[in-house]
Design a protein around this ligand. Sequence first.
Ligand SMILES: [Zn+2]
Length: 278
Amino acid sequence: MAAPNILAILFSIAVSAIAIGILCYPFFVNWQRDRLMRQPFPRAWLNIVQNNLAIYICLSPEQQKQLQGYIQVFLKEKQFIGCLGLQITEEIKVTIAAIACLLLFGDRKTFFPNLQSILVYPTAYIVNEMVMNSYVVEERRVARLGESWTRDQLVLSWEQVQQDILNWHDGHNVVLHEFAHQLDQEDGKAEGVPILPRAMDYAAWAKVMTAEYLQLRDRLETDKKTIIDSYGATNPAEFFAVATETFFEKPKQLNQKHQDLYELLQRYYHLDPLQWQD
Ligand SMILES: [Zn+2]
């Protein structure tokens, strides 16, 4: 009865090979990413980054090198899809990648793992949205500038991205906003709490974020001025995305009025935009 034994051996070899493949896959991905990050950064891409990312010049040479590496991996792994006739150009891809990859400093090498494709519309796009209105569900058409879905797609308006490039210090940036949602959703939940490096960090995160979120809601209810955009008061997930925009674009004001929040985001993003002020 040799045949069953051979089958059993072949079966166990196949199972072992699959198990080894599964175990080795993350190492292979990391090896491939490290290789990509060391590749020379194309001159044409560098011109785009220098032209479209105002704060690039403020990064240290080491940070610039790191960002270039992140962009190389991002562009290799993510697919761009032009919508309503928009032709995806190098400028569109490199610009979006450069802004998004600002969120990856600090050894956050997961590269937005849930995200596969970025859909880019030429301008604001119209979606049908279901809204609850006095116990009646109504469908209405609304214009959107960007959105990040828990599944594998993110949508952006190129016109809005271009406006954000020109107005870096206005506190609004659709790419930073939508990719902050991606970080938040990495664990499958959109609740304003991204994956943090250490278990003990969650308590500090909850303390600062909850206090700041409630303070924003309070100030809006009493018609007081706020540095953080009122959209952040929608829910904790939006608060994290909007606070991220403020951190990168209005660091001085955020640090002055919300130092705990600034320092929390500084630790999380491993960047100090206060140093970028001219
Ligand atoms: Zn949002």
